[in-house]
Design a binder for this molecule. Structure first.
Ligand SMILES: [Fe+2]
Length: 291
């Protein structure tokens, strides 16, 4: 079970939910969970139905290197062995052991299907556009504190479900959320000048302003909660809204399901609408009232 060391100087935005309480009560459970997710909470979801062969997955170690940090399931299902780096990594991971490879391949397929099915069950009202699941087997961290921003500047939402599959805990720090950071930096960082940017670009710029890059790692000056996630712990978090930092961790499965923002329960929860609202709140003429 996840252990949290709360900082008194950062909002407590954690919600613990127990999947067993959805029995006979799924619509209400789902509504509560979606409300928490859309309001930028970190949800620690206990007693989830996943069946995962952790022992098998912990036998998998992929060579370190940026290229293999986040893998799609294609690395396992359709490896590109005609590429030298991929062929070398594949050989280093599985050796000349087709039985081992086939077992891992089956497990990856099974977990992918379970994560997708679970996402569909929890967020059944969402209009899903893509069903990406990423796999991490290399060491991650220590990272600097950051808000995620994604490649696309279009107004998509993402469902992020994370599972620590590693036999060691994943240490994860989280700090102020997008709304608090915007409030803190609106005037000094001239954020009003970013009004025409997409929500995703706004996150990118705000991230640089608030945290800098790796050159300011550990010297960003922000307080943070420390979260220790054990093997099998499942959590959900909108990583563009909650600033975070992996201190250490290795094997992880994470969903990155793309959703049409128009299908969210709260129409103002999409990243563009959320950032527009923050400009309205803290922009010219509003700052005095907001502070
Ligand atoms: Fe991140």
């Amino acid at each position: 079970m996840a252990r949290i060391e709360l900082s008194p100087n950062v909002d407590n935005y954690f919600e613990r939910m127990d999947w067993r309480e959805s029995t006979g009560n799924l619509p209400e459970f789902r509504e509560t969970l979606i409300n928490h997710y859309e309001s930028g909470k970190v949800i620690l979801l206990e007693n989830t139905p996943f069946k995962i062969d952790y022992d098998l997955l912990n036998l998998v170690t992929i060579p370190e290197g940026r290229r293999f940090k986040k893998l799609t399931d294609r690395f396992f299902l359709q490896p590109k062995l005609y590429r030298l780096a991929d062929a070398q990594a594949f050989l280093a991971t599985f050796g000349i052991n087709p039985a081992f490879y086939l077992k891992v391949r089956r497990e990856v397929q099974s977990v992918n299907a379970q994560v997708r099915e679970f996402g569909k069950t929890l967020f059944s009202t969402y209009d899903f556009l893509e069903w990406d699941v990423s796999w991490r087997f290399t060491h991650t961290g220590p990272e600097d504190l950051h808000l995620d921003s994604f490649g696309s500047n279009e107004d998509f939402q993402y469902v992020r479900i994370f599972i620590n599959i590693d036999d060691k805990p994943r240490i994860w720090n989280v700090s102020h959320r997008l709304d608090e950071l915007t409030k803190r930096y609106y005037e000094s960082g001239h954020l009003g000048e970013l009004r025409d940017l997409s929500g995703n670009e706004f996150c990118y710029k705000l991230n640089l302003l608030a945290f800098g890059g790796m050159e300011r790692a550990g010297r960003d000056g922000h307080d943070r909660h420390v979260v220790e996630l054990e093997q099998g712990d499942v959590w959900l978090c909108d990583s563009r809204v909650v600033s975070h930092q992996i201190v250490s961790g290795q094997r992880l499965v994470a969903s990155h399901f793309k959703v049409d923002a128009g299908s969210l329960r709260n129409p103002n929860a999409g990243i563009d609408a959320r950032v527009r609202h923050l400009h309205d709140l803290y922009g010219p003429g509003q700052a005095a009232q907001a502070s």
